[in-house]
Design a protein around this ligand. Sequence first.
Ligand code: 0X9
Ligand code: ZN
Length: 359
Amino acid sequence: MKKSTIAVSLLLAGMLSIPLSSATLTGKFPDTITVLRDIREQHLYDIHNHISLTETTGLYHTYDEMTALLHSLAANHSDIMSLTSIGKTYEDRDLWMVKLSDNANQEENEPGLLFMGAHHGNEKPGFEVLLYFIVYMLDNYENNTDGIREVINTTQIYILPMVNPDGVEANTRKNREPNHGPFGLNSKETSIGVDLNRNYGYRWFFLYVFPRKYLGATDYHDTSDVYRGERPFSEAETKAIKQFVETHTVRLAITYHTYGELVLYSWGYTTIPAKDKPLFVSIGENITHINNYTLSQSIDLYPTLGDACDWLYGKHGILAYTIELGKNYAPSNPDVLLQMCRVHADVNLYVCKRAESLK
Ligand code: 0X9
Ligand code: ZN
């Protein structure tokens, strides 16, 4: 970014100040405000102290194991599943996109849904939930349990389980691309990795002055765990998603993170309610009836600039939710993980059924 642009941005920052107002909090639970305050404080502490996870060896798929699983599922269910790479990461891993639909190899005039996991590589339950969902849908297509056959026949379900496979392998929040100073102006390598959930091109330059304690959620410093990158879509992973979304019709999206047991909807950059807030809340409440999580506008957790959901919704009108799974980044108890997978297979199935009624 040019120095003049930085100066204008800083000027804007000085002029605008949007307070976080508890009046904007929504949710069916009376203790929503307390839940969000506690989670916010813990999240910010963990993110800024590079806290990642406990001992989880063997519980989660590695990238190679996931790749092998997806290839074998696609080969055995070629009528209703396709597998394509939508791009390559810095470390040359494929970004695997699964499509579940009848005529999976054709674009049809059926509502599209996009599910993504592991924008943050240390948040492994996000991809496990999606791998479980894929297997659950494929296993139950023939016997039509829960109306799964109709869902697959009448929608186009796109699933990108690992947005950040390099980060998953390194167990880091950010990706693994080297940085050259906050704006790429340094000839030497200064640090590694961009927070992919700060790299999308909606309001990426839009600066507010938040109360000081929220400022850390968006950061120019390349060493920060929430570094947004040199420019919007500077990263291979977000570029690939941009290209995909621009060439496919998607009505609703869920992006899985950990943690906090939260269902979040746009906006994340402002307290102003989204135009579609009633619809966000109506579908969001039904999701929380399934998973018992707390529903809220994203900014009530903390403000972000350049997150995936604000771009999906702001640029493309896609009803996009962030689901913060569980109570920590990566549970080591297999029963906890399995329960999360089961419940969110139901959540995903519910939104697929709801997709037909959208726009
Ligand atoms: O900070 C994030 O990207 C998400 N939380 S996490 O701990 N998984 O990193 C939250 C994104 C939701 N958006 C906003 N809170 N604005
Ligand atoms: Zn996350």
